[in-house]
Every structure is written in C-alpha cells, then in structure tokens.
Write a protein that binds this ligand. Sequence first.
Ligand SMILES: [Zn+2]
Length: 134
Amino acid sequence: MIWLCDSFIKEQELFSALRHEERVLKIILARFFPLIPKPLKFSYELNDPDIIGEADLEEMVIRINLSYLFSHGEIEGIDTLRHEVAHICSFFEIGDVWIKRRGKEVYWPHNKNWKKWCRFLGCRPYAKMEKNKQ
Ligand SMILES: [Zn+2]
C-alpha cells in the first residue's frame, strides 16, 4: 500500500490544474497569433523570491516561481499563468509600450493593452505585490 501525504496530493492537483491551463492558453495564443515563431513553454524553476513570474518573449518561455504557487494555491497559480500570457499577447499585438514619466521614457509592461488581454484571459488586470513582476 502506498501512503500519499496531503501535501503531495495537493502538489499533484496543482500541477494537474496548471497543465490544463497551459494547454488552454497555448490554444488561445495559437488562435490569435498563429505566426509566433516558437512554441510557448512553461518553466517552474524560477527561484528569485522577488518574482512570481516572468514572460521571456525572446525565448517564448513563461517562468513561474513554484514555491509561490505552492504557498498561494491553484487559483493564484492560474491567475499568474494568465498574467504572463497576457504579456505575450499584448507584445505580439502592439509591441513594447513606453510612456513618458517625469520627462523620461519608461517601459510600461502593465499597459492598457495588457489589461485588455488580462480581462480577455480572465486574470486580474494588475500586477501583484512584487515590484519586479512583468
Ligand atoms: Zn506582469
């Protein structure tokens, strides 16, 4: 008889939910942006405690901080995946967005177009608490 502890089962359930969400997001991305040169990949090996997730547009990799997801659960995890995919959708639709702030050009990742994609994908249209999240 195999004994499975609660945390192991919760981890498996979390991964199952994330894999499902990955598939859905890949289908949406392919439908709206069929000419994206590389397939989207997801990595859960982001270890910077200041970053929940990041979208690497060059490599087409979404990197996620797994310990954050373990501590915050499935709903937060799915919201994070959608947040990062919204960055990819926004970039492939209109490119990077820069605004002028106090006379300086500033990169604006959480711009209005990104928020539009957040609403479409079903995640909260704002960055969470961490300063470095993109
Ligand atoms: Zn972001």
